[in-house]
Ligand binder design. Sequence first.
Ligand code: DC
Length: 225
Amino acid sequence: MVADAPVIAVDGPGGSGKGTITQMLARRLGWHLLDSGALYRLTALAAEQQRVAFDDEAGLVRVASSLDVAFEPTPAGEPVKVLLNGKDVTAAIRTETCGDNASKIAVIQPVRDALLQRQRDFQQSPGLVADGRDMGTVVFPNAPVKVFLTASVEERAQRRYRQLKDAGVSVNIDALLEEIRARDERDTNRSAAPLKPAEDAQVIDSTGLSIEEVLDRVMALAGQA
Ligand code: DC
């Protein structure tokens, strides 16, 4: 780890645009990217594959500590390829069920502890863009730039609805809205590293903004890293 490689921490709820923005930002800056949510999703998926129950804390910690994962770069505009035990799970970790399971195991502090060093190891030269819920508060508290990206729950549900529709998945917008509300509630009210802006974070509300507009704002802040 290069302890002084700069970090831009981008936290916020699902659907705030964090994933798209952090991928574009990392590409533009030529920096590394940490998708911490993917690690929670991978832990949930690996637990399911190994038939470890979501209330088996010791089992989940074992799964989290021994995750065999790789993130492979892809051409611009395509999601980063994610491998679990050498198998492509890029699509498998993006389902609503996997996200929901990830949110459930993410409330368990020992699971978070088991993933902590793995996340910090991404801090490499020339710099790191870190996407998550607790990047600025817990994982990289000394990050020189912290952004908290948010958007109204209705807008986030609409974005997710369009994404799923484009992917050929039929969903009910009201059910989606309820799911997002429930996940927000769990991520925000858990005692372990709850979703909240770091005291020194710049809050950006992306409701009604285009991706380019949000990226411009974050790029302006990134100049301070
Ligand atoms: O960002 P995402 O939707 O891929 O994250 C999936 C879940 O993982 C999210 O509901 C909460 C959890 N998570 C977390 O607790 N801490 C992080 N830094 C990232 C994700």
